[in-house]
Write a protein that binds this ligand. Structure first.
Ligand code: ATR
Length: 272
């Protein structure tokens, strides 16, 4: 069987082997998918060792997404634009690199949550790697406006400037959101990982809109709680994004697109 792995540090809580195991079983693909705890500063050695042992591809998670970008010999346009890589494919000496986080997120929102973005006002909080990955796939959905808000305003403005030729995107600070409302609001900051709330005004939400927390498995985060208190009925965390990016990688490696709904259902933890 062909070998795949996810590499990260820490890696103990990863759901990727479970997800890819379910995909393999459902599609009849003969693969083995394991988890590797990468050594900080030695990504290239660890990835090369896996390839030398017969590995065909890897998923890459924190803190190695930039190392994987450097390790690659060929990068897709979306990996290049995100400046980060979450999937590698080994083909002889070639190391092909992709970033499926943004497409996975977009697919989850549009198809699973049934929230079309076309013509909608979309807000994304944070200007780090998670936001970088999401911007191009979001703009491809043709929102009427895409606003990036960040604590460090310059980072949001710089990102928006970089993406300007792809659609109506602008960067700003949290204070600039006063008096503005959005149909879809995404939290792509790392605040939730520490139980913190980005300083977003509660007035940005729309009751029949969507509030989406990119982090997964944190329950009702301060961001989701705030959205719920303002009356937003549709709340989501990153479980669908996680499974959809995995499906993209599986398809890229194996040429078979797995069904995601049963896997998402299995991993979903009620938000409370
Ligand atoms: P990731 O790759 O997960 O996006 P990152 O690149 O370190 O992580 O970016 C983290 C993002 O979360 C940044 O936008 C950061 O804001 P700054 O650029 O101003 O630092 C944001 N962030 C982290 N903690 C936050 C908090 N408590 N409130 C608001 N924003 C926060």
């Amino acid at each position: 069987h062909d070998q795949y792995a996810v590499i990260g540090n820490p890696i103990g809580h990863t759901k990727s082997p479970l997800i890819h195991g379910m995909f393999a079983e459902a599609t009849g693909q003969d693969i083995v998918y394991t988890a590797i705890e990468g050594r900080p500063g030695q990504f290239a050695e660890d990835a090369a060792a896996f390839r030398a042992a017969g590995g065909r591809g890897m998923n890459v998670t924190a803190p190695f997404k930039l190392d994987a970008f450097a390790f690659a010999t060929e990068r897709s346009p979306r990996a290049s634009l995100a400046g980060a890589v979450n999937a590698l494919k080994f083909d002889g000496e070639r190391v092909l690199a992709e970033n499926f986080d943004g497409v996975g997120l977009t697919r989850d929102v549009v198809e699973n949550q049934g929230c079309a973005m076309r013509g909608k006002r979309v807000l994304i909080l944070g200007a780090g790697g998670a936001t970088r990955g999401a911007l191009l796939p979001f703009l491809e959905q043709q929102p009427s406006e895409l606003v990036i808000a960040n604590r460090t305003v310059d980072k949001a403005v710089a990102l928006a400037t970089e993406l300007r030729s792809h659609g109506p995107v602008r960067g700003c600070g949290y204070h600039d959101l006063d008096g503005q409302r959005f149909d879809l609001v995404f939290n792509a900051t790392s605040a939730s990982l520490r139980g913190e709330l980005p300083p977003v005004p509660a007035t940005v939400f729309t009751a029949d809109g969507l509030a989406y927390e990119l982090a997964y498995g944190k329950g009702l985060t301060p961001f989701l709680r705030m959205a719920q208190q303002t009356g937003v009925k549709r709340l989501a965390d990153g479980v669908g994004m996680l499974v959809e990016q995995a499906a993209e990688a599986f398809d890229w490696w194996r040429g078979v697109r797995p069904e995601t709904s049963a896997v998402i259902a299995k991993l979903t933890v009620p938000l409370r």
